[in-house]
Ligand binder design. Sequence first.
Ligand code: 0T9
Length: 394
Amino acid sequence: ASAVPPQAKGSWMSFVKKSLASFNGDLSSMTAPPFILSTTSLTEYSSYWAEHPPVFVAPAGEQDAQKRAMLVLKWFLTTLKQQYSSRSEKLGSEKKPLNPFLGELFLGKWQDDAGETTLVSEQVSHHPPVTAYCINNNAHGVRLQGYNAQKASFKTRIDVRQVGHALLRLDKFDEEYLITLPSLHIEGLLTGSPYVELNHHTLIQSSSGFTAKIDYSGKGWLSGKKNSFTAAIYRNGQEKSPIYTVDGQWTSDFVIRDAKSKTTVSSWSHKAEKTTPLTVAPLSEQDDLETRRAWGKTAAALQKGDMNLASQEKTIIEERQRAQRKREAVETREWDRIFFRRTENYDRLKALAMKIGEGVEADKTNGVWEYSDAKAQKAVKPYREGVMPVGKSA
Ligand code: 0T9
């Protein structure tokens, strides 16, 4: 089914052609037709990492390092459906997100069997656009932090490479997992119902020496089913002797097996599992930097289909940003990020990346971004006690 209203078929094709001809690598600057615009900002996408908190914290309860690596892979695989297909499923097609402004925040928490899991997402760069996040469960000592940008090309289709990474930390075992982000492309552009397909693979490298590799195969060449993948866990450098193997579809079910005996060690079915809804403060209690409050009027106008009003509201936000940038230029300072800071201290990260032949492309993300507990401590008053994690590090 096409997301394009019948009367907009012609304008959709001219949009596709125009975007193709004039594409400058920046997806956010593309002017898309109204029906493809989302009322959700990219800062909200960080929540996709933990919509099943009990699965997110499960590795912290496992004593065996090899099984922990398996549970980390399992959690990662469960996030893919939210990350890459939830807009299509809920809204009928992929939608163009609101382009976050510098300093934009999305704060919330999940409350369930895993206890309290908190989310902080912050737009830490505007040129290029970079979103950083920290998801924390103090009771289980589990923290995920990361940041990401996108580099896009538009030839016959939209191809998106993600720059950045995610880093999962298990306090109890002083263990870290570096997660690379898959590149993707947009299918269905010509028919007017864009959706995401993942390319190539994702790697997860643990400090304990395990590597997980997930191969995405689209319409699986074996099963013929869409969103198929296979995955394996092996000791770093020993891809030929896997310990676990996984196969299935990241939008529905998968099975994790012991590679030797082929017995099932774990499995997942999205149909059988509910996500835990994220709780966000009521608009009246939110700060002006929080995404739903900041974009509230724009979103309402988009919802009503009042494009003039939507663009007026957007202009107000952009003007405010320009004025703020001017003030900073006069005072020769940079916008002070609320929860994150640039770090030069990322040897551990680099070491993990090197094990899987990856680098840390600091120049493409306006720096390497790190969650700062000290900054969060200071933000506690204005940003509501208890919403953001405050730990021991600086
Ligand atoms: C980080 C994720 C990312 C963000 C989105 C490419 C994309 C913006 C970035 C990479 C999340 O953890 C995972 C999922 C989906 C990615 C989005 C899919 C998409 O199409 C958008 C871009 C900006 C567009 O909206 C292009 C317009 C398109 C809908 C057709 C015209």
